[in-house]
Design a protein around this ligand. Structure first.
Ligand code: F6R
Length: 367
């Protein structure tokens, strides 16, 4: 059942080339410029004319929403708010006629997300679901949606569901932007190609980073704390990397937007503090390099996720992990992979029960 892997989590990490492919199958064809999301066709106009999109979710699914905020705003120029379902539900939220609520949930059974959907529905909003489990409560409650089709996720720590959520949310943003005319046909085509080539790049990434990550895991398995820093659409990936480590290895970890470091967390940095940077050659590159220098100046131990061929960060960081280049908005799907593996290997080396971490349940059906 674990397909030869010692844990479901590792199996699911390595299933990602396939699960991402499955999330696009029958929906996207770059050669003909076709993108269809069956369940959303009748809502394409509503999406294109939305005044605002509100994403509600918890945990890792909330992180997917944060990445999608960058993507929707960039491509479709629609303001997006991303809310913890648990906060949204108790706040008497303001929802207007032209707002659309997107509920993101792997299980489709998370109590707070269900309640958020109920409240938004009662206020008359159009609710779309991005769920993995077919026929789940949230999938049935929403007006329409797009399944992630990642297949069953057994490991408590969400991995393949996250990258499938990112793939589907990116397709939704493109589907909306194309209708709305906020991106050119050429750009639309480019991004379809970017999506279509992702499974191959995910496979390459997993192959390439696995051994180096194991070495880093062995060196840092006894760390008391970890800091994860990223900018732009890779800031939520920093949050996700920290969450993965916390939940399965029980090491305290925090994710931050790199620029926020100097507003507080920089005080934590000393020669005992591993700092994982997502430092890709994108629109944040120069800025993140300055942030790396700030950490180095305080003797922090810098581990950087970089693009292949990067020389600048390589000369600054103690360890670099190279991943392939892709479109900036697609890069979280690659940059999260080494962070999933790092959390996994550290947890294994610490003797933790990776698939069933203490105090956690796969779906949180009580609030
Ligand atoms: C983290 C994790 C949780 C879930 C959260 C939401 O690895 O698994 O944080 O992401 O409980 O669950 P769903 O997506 O099922 O609503």
């Amino acid at each position: 059942e674990k397909g030869g892997y010692p844990h479901f989590m590792l199996k699911e990490i390595f299933e990602q080339p396939r699960s991402i492919y499955d999330s696009m199958r029958g929906r996207l064809d770059a050669s003909t410029g076709r993108l269809t999301l069956g369940g959303l066709i009748e809502y394409q106009n509503r999406l294109a004319n939305a005044d605002r999109i509100i994403m509600v979710a918890c945990g890792t699914s909330w992180h997917a929403g944060l990445v999608a905020e960058y993507i929707f705003e960039e491509l479709a120029r629609i303001p997006v708010e991303v809310e913890y379902a648990s906060e949204f539900r108790y706040r008497n939220p303001i929802i207007r006629e032209n707002d659309i609520v997107i509920a993101i949930s792997q299980s489709g059974e998370t109590a707070d997300t269900i309640a958020a959907v109920q409240i938004a529905k009662a206020k008359g909003a159009l609710i779309l679901g991005v769920c993995n489990v077919v026929g789940s409560t949230i999938a049935r409650m929403t007006h329409a949606g797009a399944y992630t089709h990642a297949g069953p996720e057994i490991g408590v720590a969400s991995t393949k569901a996250f990258t499938a959520q990112l793939t589907v949310l990116t397709m939704m943003a493109l589907f909306t932007a194309h209708k709305k005319g906020t991106i050119s046909e050429a750009r639309f085509r480019q991004l379809l190609v970017g999506l279509e080539t992702l499974p191959q790049k995910v496979e390459e990434t997993l192959e390439r980073v696995h051994e180096p990550i194991k070495k880093i895991a062995a060196l840092f398995k006894d760390a008391r704390n970890f800091l994860y820093l990223g900018r732009g659409c890779n800031f939520p990936v920093a949050l996700e990397g920290a969450l993965k480590l916390k939940e399965i290895s029980y090491i305290h970890a925090e994710g931050y937007p790199a620029a926020e470091m100097k507003h507080g967390p920089i005080a934590l940095i000393d020669n005992q503090m591993p700092v994982v940077f997502i430092a890709l050659q994108d629109s944040s590159y120069e800025k993140i390099i300055s942030n790396i220098q700030e950490v180095k100046a305080r003797n922090g131990r810098v581990i950087a996720i970089v693009n292949e061929g990067d020389e600048v960060v390589k000369n600054m960081a103690e360890f670099v992990i190279e991943i392939p280049k892709t479109e900036e908005i697609l890069s979280p799907i690659l940059s999260v992979l080494p962070l999933q593996l790092l959390a996994y290997h550290i947890a294994v080396l610490r003797g933790c029960d990776v698939d069933q971490p203490r105090n956690l349940a796969k779906s949180v059906t009580v609030e």
